[in-house]
Write a protein that binds this ligand. Structure first.
Ligand SMILES: [Zn+2]
Length: 383
């Protein structure tokens, strides 16, 4: 396992300390943790890219760490790697939102004692997708969770979340963060050139995820595979497109091998003192975690495609802001030479449709194939 993942040269910093773009949220959460008066249920609200998920992992780290979030101990490293067995991340598992079975499993799980730490944290992403049927069973748990449990719900606005949920949570508003600001935070943290940080934010979505992306050779390679796939579409036949889609899936899955190894090691080590039921539950959750990570990898390469096409649009329209994918200027140049604004817009639609398809549980391979074929068609129509 690569050593650089554990501690950058500057020494480990807690995730909370890294929340540069949300200083008020950071101060608020720090006070709550230090005073020992953290709420049992938080609702983080703000626009996409505001860093709500980053903050959720940061709060989880501070609550799980025996030293209040030192950033350096084993618990902190595990939370930062999203492999701590007492921090649970949930996202809606169907196109229509959270499944009833999902919240039912969650409630069962909440009642169990923590595995490693003295505390358990549940992060519920896109809480606006907790519809009445899946949410009702959760309300009682949200109101009176066991002592050692904290819920962190994430949503874009409290207006789109069931009022019965909102009223049971402490609401924490997040300010809007522009991509430029987010990139500046990544630069400060990594010391890498501004262009690379801007690209990483465009692909990964938030500063913390951008920093992780820049540390992962495999995730960056998956992005490059997508850029190459689009670049070669002009001369690709159907078989080429299918094989490009296959290659993209392989590239997205590459970083998962490391996670699977970690999961296996944890399982083997804990096998002796966990009950059969708890082991089964852990295995189940590991599987879900791999699915969730694979999906987020897919969304990341789709974001790479969108970012590249946006660059082409900016170049075509001579719009201000400049190209984000400076390492792919030649590709952008070829796209601009081959097509016009209408073609690039149609290609961007194809990316949006692929994102939608993946959210609706279409197999990623099929979503990539359809998208690449649609982009090929879009780009071959001269404006
Ligand atoms: Zn720690």
């Amino acid at each position: 396992m690569a050593g650089h993942e554990v501690a950058p040269q500057t020494g480990p910093r807690s995730l909370l300390a890294q929340l540069d773009t949300q200083p008020r949220v950071r101060a608020f959460l720090q006070r709550a943790v230090e005073s020992g008066r953290a709420s049992h249920a938080y609702l983080f609200v703000g626009a996409p890219g505001a860093g709500k998920l980053d903050a959720a992992w940061a709060l989880a780290q501070a609550l799980i760490c025996p030293h209040g979030g030192c950033g350096a101990c084993e618990a902190c490293v595990r939370v930062a790697r999203h492999t701590h067995s007492d921090v649970h991340y949930l996202a809606p598992e169907s196109a229509t939102g959270y499944l009833i079975g999902q919240t039912r499993d969650l409630i069962d799980e909440v009642a169990l004692a923590p595995i490693r730490a003295a505390h358990k944290v549940y992060i519920l992403d896109r809480a606006d997708q907790l519809r009445a049927n899946s949410a009702n069973s959760l309300l009682k748990t949200l109101e009176e969770p066991p002592e050692d449990v904290t819920f962190i719900l994430l949503g874009t606005s409290s207006d789109t979340i069931l009022p019965t949920i909102v009223s049971r949570c402490q609401c924490v508003p997040f300010r809007m963060v522009s991509p430029v600001e987010a990139a500046a935070a990544v630069c400060r943290s990594t010391g890498l050139p501004q262009e690379r940080c801007r690209m990483a934010v465009a692909v990964a979505g938030s500063p913390t995820r951008a920093i992780e992306f820049l540390k992962s050779a495999e995730r960056q390679e998956a992005r490059r595979a997508m850029l190459r796939a689009i670049d070669s579409l002009a001369h690709a036949d159907e078989a080429d497109v299918l094989s490009a889609a296959k290659g993209l899936i392989k590239a997205v899955k590459a970083p998962l091998a490391d996670v699977e190894r970690t999961q296996k090691a944890v399982l083997e080590r804990d096998a002796d003192y966990l009950s059969r039921g708890a082991l089964k539950q852990l295995e189940e959750r590991n599987k879900r975690e791999i699915t969730a990570r694979e999906r987020s990898g897919i969304m990341e390469v789709l974001a790479s495609a969108r970012s590249l096409l946006r660059d082409a649009l900016i170049a075509l329209e001579h719009a201000p802001g400049g190209v984000v994918n400076t390492d792919a200027q030649e590709t952008v140049g070829r796209l601009v030479a081959a097509t016009g604004t209408a073609g690039v817009l149609a290609a961007l639609d194809a990316v949006a449709e692929a994102e939608q398809a993946v959210r609706h549980n279409v197999t990623p391979q099929l979503a990539f194939e359809v998208m690449l074929l649609d982009i090929r068609k879009a780009l071959s129509c001269p404006s």
